[in-house]
Structures are given as structure tokens and as C-alpha cells.
Ligand binder design. Structure first.
Ligand SMILES: O=C1O[C@H](COP(=O)(O)O)[C@@H](O)[C@H](O)[C@H]1O
Length: 238
């Protein structure tokens, strides 16, 4: 076995018969974690992913009774597009999560108009420094190529993004496979979360996940799960 495959990857597998059941269960878990954090420290910090997968989860979560006025929501990652773009993760969150009961939450975006993605990442790191770290809950997604957050396998600065002792909060990403430039939370901030979940749907994603956990070059999702001090929970439905 190749040397790089020797480290352990620990995670829990939560499989559901359908996507609505998954959304209900994961929303319940998120609600319990956020409510626990509010009871402990008066506030809670949640980071969610974008893309195509989380809309159903967001809809359920938005109607879940939580002290939303004590919750800060931010993004795991963002495309460098304004919220009006159909590619915007902030737009997805505004339309699907920050509705109903969850409209009372405070949202901290990653996208701001800036001369460059590097400037935007620097401004974000400053703006996010005052949040009540660590994150209580992080919900990751995953692409078929094994990327999670905006940790794309072809990102020029992948090692910097995955640096386990990075002091950075938000980093810029240039990756041809990611389309437009990206902003992403650093891996250190993600894996320090009290509860780290990976939400994936479909047989193709299950196969991609199993492939990433198997032998061969380590995909970003595997590197993140290996770096997490607490085992992540994977939520999957066909
Ligand atoms: O580009 C992104 O992709 C991943 C996965 O998205 P999906 O459409 O396959 O669900 C997502 O987790 C990430 O936040 C997003 O920026």
C-alpha cells in the first residue's frame, strides 16, 4: 500500500431512502447543535455550502424552530459573482435558507465588490475575524471530482488551502475546473467545527465519495476528513 494511504479516515455514514428524509434528519441535527451552542455561549455560528444539493435542506431548516436571532450564518465557499447571479451561493442561501423563521439570522457573505479576488479574500478575513469562532456547524458538499468547499484538485494554491496550521480565514482560489475565481474558508477553520457534516446525493456522488476514500491519489474531500479532529458525518440519499 502506498505510504500516503496509511493515514486513517474516520467518518459516520447516514444513508436515507429519499432526499426529503435526509433533509429532515440533517436539519434536526443542525438545530440540536445550534441550540446547544446558544445554550452554552449565547450565540451560534453556522457555515453552509452552495451548489445544487442544499436547497431542500435549506427549505426544511428555514422552518425549524431555533433562536435564529442568535445565529450567524456564513458560507463555506463562494463564487466571485454578485448575489444576483444564478451562480451565487449567497443568492441560494438568501432564497432558500434565510426565509421563514431563519429570516431572523444574521448573514455574513464572502462576496464583496473588490478589484481582485485576492483583495476580496483579505477584506473577508478581516470582516470574519470578529465572528464567534469556532464554527458550531459546517455543512460541506462535494463535487464529482472530489472537491469540497472550493478546494479543487487543480487549484494552484491547493496546498495553501489545505495547510493544517494556516492562520488565514478566507482564501482566494483560481482553478480552471471551478469556473470563476472563488473564495473559500481555510481548511483549518472548517475542520475545527463542533459538528462537520458532508451532504451528498445521488449514486454518482456515492461512487465518487467511495472512490475518494479508496486507494489512489488523495482527493481534497479525503484530506479534509483526515484532518478533522472529530469524525465527520456523511449524509447521503439516492
Ligand atoms: O461549486 C460548488 O460545488 C460544491 C458541490 O456542489 P453540487 O452542485 O455538486 O452540490 C459545493 O459544495 C460548493 O459549495 C460549491 O461552491
Amino acid at each position: 500500500m502506498a505510504r500516503e494511504q496509511l493515514s486513517e479516515v474516520r467518518y459516520g455514514w447516514n444513508g436515507f431512502a429519499d432526499r426529503q428524509d435526509l433533509a429532515t434528519a440533517l436539519a434536526g441535527e443542525i438545530a440540536d447543535r445550534l441550540t446547544g451552542a446558544i445554550a452554552e455561549r449565547g450565540t451560534a455560528l453556522l457555515a453552509v455550502s452552495g451548489g445544487t444539493t442544499p436547497a431542500k435542506l435549506f427549505a426544511v431548516l428555514s422552518t425549524t424552530p431555533i433562536a435564529w436571532d442568535k445565529v450567524t450564518v456564513t458560507l463555506v465557499d463562494e463564487r466571485f459573482v454578485p448575489p444576483s447571479s444564478p451562480r451565487s451561493n449567497a443568492g441560494l442561501v438568501a432564497a432558500n435558507l434565510l426565509q421563514n423563521e431563519a429570516a431572523a439570522a444574521r448573514f455574513v457573505p464572502l462576496y464583496h465588490e473588490a478589484a481582485s479576488i485576492e483583495d476580496a479574500a483579505t477584506a473577508d478575513s478581516e470582516a470574519l475575524r470578529s465572528l464567534p469562532w469556532p464554527l458550531d456547524v459546517v455543512i460541506l458538499g462535494m463535487g464529482g471530482d472530489g472537491h469540497t468547499a472550493s478546494f479543487f484538485p487543480d487549484a494552484g494554491n491547493l496546498e495553501e488551502l489545505l495547510d493544517p496550521v494556516s492562520q488565514r480565514i478566507v482564501l482566494p482560489v483560481h482553478a480552471a475546473s471551478g469556473g470563476e475565481p472563488r473564495l473559500t474558508l481555510s481548511m483549518t477553520r472548517i475542520v475545527a467545527a463542533g459538528f462537520l457534516a458532508l451532504h451528498i446525493e445521488g449514486e454518482d456522488k456515492r461512487a465518487a465519495f467511495n472512490g475518494a476514500m479508496g486507494p489512489g491519489a488523495k482527493k481534497p474531500i479525503r484530506r479534509v476528513l483526515e484532518a478533522a479532529p472529530r469524525p465527520a458525518e456523511v449524509f447521503w440519499a439516492p
